[in-house]
Design a protein around this ligand. Structure first.
Ligand SMILES: [Zn+2]
Ligand SMILES: [Zn+2]
Ligand SMILES: [Zn+2]
Length: 340
């Protein structure tokens, strides 16, 4: 089956579910725009456009020689940009809401455990997680496919450029750290044991998540279809070890808490978010990415349960470092107050 039909079917199935009200990529309509554009171009190429194309011939002739098409562009890239950012925004809000329920802290967790029938709730949460994963992967694939079509119709690389722009601007949906969190959640729940209502998930491409934390390159893999998979590296770019106490900066890059604090020259006990605004991401050099850094609870839990010894060892190291840093901090404060 062609992607267009699968996607339409997916949207139809979503219509009466809770994802109905949120943004989706208007794949069908964008495809029509491309079709009309192609028609215009072929007519023009045949030299038969003089009479029939009076309303669009200006646009089309502009488009022929340069790398962008005025006929498509207005709607095309502006619309895709808006859709992608709406989808990313909605996705992160929903995932945060879902996962806050899963790893609440302290008293909240206690009240929650007492109040809820845990297994039933977990099942509902896993189902909701799958819906969200399907939501984001279906839309991400729709964007990729339509950009490829754009390039094919126009013989351009604008679609490809747009995709790299999305990557640098962190609107590429599959790069979302929230997807990694959902993947970790999926693995933490060991959802293979959870029964799925028949037919409930037959729409959408998402198959499963798996992880390999034992190898030299710890990785989490999302299988989208039989042939498509997406790897997420779980190596911290600073200590080059499996990520520990992980934080995602707003650019999407992941680091151990201690490594991120070190890179931003703040003490671990002050926290990643206390980094000065001019601190740069050690990977992409973007500024202002520390203020809204998020702790990846599910990923932390995954590593804690699957690499117990490693996790404990890193915890000991982190605590020792914190003690050392606090001592340093108070000594410096004391010196300051004594005017030394
Ligand atoms: Zn065009
Ligand atoms: Zn690290
Ligand atoms: Zn970054």
């Amino acid at each position: 089956m062609k992607f267009g039909s699968i996607y339409e079917e997916y949207l139809r199935a979503e219509q009466d579910k809770y994802l109905a009200k949120c943004s989706h990529v208007e794949y069908k309509r964008l495809k029509k725009v491309l079709k009309r554009c192609r028609l215009d171009r072929s007519l023009q190429a045949d030299g038969t456009n003089s009479d029939q194309q009076e309303d669009r011939s200006d646009d089309s002739s502009d488009a022929c020689d340069c790398n962008s098409c005025t006929l498509c562009d207005q709607m095309f890239f502006t619309e895709l940009t808006k859709e992608a950012s709406d989808i990313a925004g909605y996705f992160s809000t929903r995932v945060q809401h879902l996962l806050n329920l899963h790893v609440p802290s302290g008293l909240q967790r206690y009240i929650w455990r007492v109040r809820q029938c845990f297994i039933d709730d977990q099942q509902i949460m896993v189902q909701e997680g799958r819906l969200l994963i399907n939501y984001v992967t279906m839309n991400a694939i729709a964007i990729r496919k339509i950009l490829k079509k754009y390039d094919k119709v126009h013989g351009s690389v604008s679609g490809r450029d747009f995709r790299s722009k999305m990557q640098t601007e962190h609107t590429e949906l599959l790069q979302s750290p929230w997807l990694i969190e959902l993947g970790a959640f999926h693995l933490n729940c060991d959802s293979s044991d959870i029964d799925e209502p028949v037919g409930f998930f037959k729409n959408g491409f998402f198959k499963n998540f798996s992880c390999d934390l034992a190898g030299t390159q710890p990785v989490m893999t999302m299988a989208i279809s039989e042939t498509m998979k997406y790897d997420y590296s779980l190596t911290c770019p600073i200590c080059l070890d499996t990520i520990f106490n992980p934080y995602a900066l707003s650019c999407g890059h992941l680091f151990c808490k201690g490594c991120a604090c070190g890179a931003a020259s703040v003490y671990i006990f002050q926290g990643v978010r206390s980094a000065p605004p001019e601190a740069k991401c050690p990977v992409c050099r973007e500024v202002g990415v520390f203020a809204h850094a998020v702790h990846m609870n599910e990923l932390d839990l995954l590593i804690k349960t699957r690499c117990k010894d490693y996790w404990r060892c890193r915890l000991r190291e982190e605590r020792a470092e914190m003690v050392k840093q606090s001592k340093e901090y108070w000594e410096s404060q004391a010196m300051l107050s004594m005017g030394i």
